[in-house]
Design a protein around this ligand. Sequence first.
Ligand code: PMV
Length: 315
Amino acid sequence: MTITTATAPGKVILFGEHAVVYGRAAIAVPVTKVKATATVKDAPPRAGCTISAPDIDACVRLSDSPTDPLAVAVSLALAETGIESEPDWQLAVSSSIPIAGGMGSGAAVSAALARAVLAHSARPSRHTPDPDTVNRIVYATEKLHHANPSGIDNTVVVYEQPVWFVRGQPPRVFDIARPFHLVIADTGVASSTGEVVSDVRRAWQQNTDKYEAIFDGIAATAEAARRAIAAGNVDALGPLMQQNQRLLRQLNVSAHQLDHLIAIAEEAGASGAKLSGAGRGGNLIAVVETENLEEVTQALLAGGAAGVVVTEVGA
Ligand code: PMV
């Protein structure tokens, strides 16, 4: 029996979260050490299409749960294939990306499912699913998680490239003149992107000038970071992360556990650190010189991080 397997990586936003919802530029990179994996195989006739996600103890039948996010990703992908009636397929999805942690877990799960459906329906050809189609599907599923997604998560997860992203514009790949290491640490605190984005929106509505100025400040750090990365000036990135984090605190999206672990990372030798994603919990990222990687990793784990991933950007 043919089993079709597809994957999609996690991601981190390096600079510019939240401001990117309001048209400012942001930088994000894929994190291939963590990924979502989806499989599809044929089921017995009349079994229908089921999707199981053992990590979260979920199993849905497509026809019974049309609004479930897993089912929506599969239905949208099926609509692209021209298959009209529900196929007898068994899908399964698993992920090593922390859930509700700002690392694009929802987008990666949707991307892996969409790719698996498109590839399984194209059998026996080994045709790679069209990334623009997958991106469209994943963006639609992102809207289930929060009303006004900028589109950065689906873009990075689907195209698997570092991107300079401005809402409504085609994403731009940018130069990384010198690779650098990031330590990504999970606070273990789950956070709802939708809630945090809505809180920022309410605050922006009440105090538009103040929030617009903060978004401009964040955009300036993203622009300076893009230039530093393109010039191989890795030393500039730590201070820019610190500056971005100060502005994120002013947006009221940091949290005690984030601030605590950021301080630990910097004391252990990181040149700068910040939250990544929506904030209030989830993950932080720290830019760290090679010789300090082990010390920063151990300090974060000793300080209460639920997990640490080290990744090299631009390698
Ligand atoms: O928490 P995440 O990884 O879904 O990141 C959200 C990024 C925001 O800028 C806060 C929202 C968005 O749609 O860009």
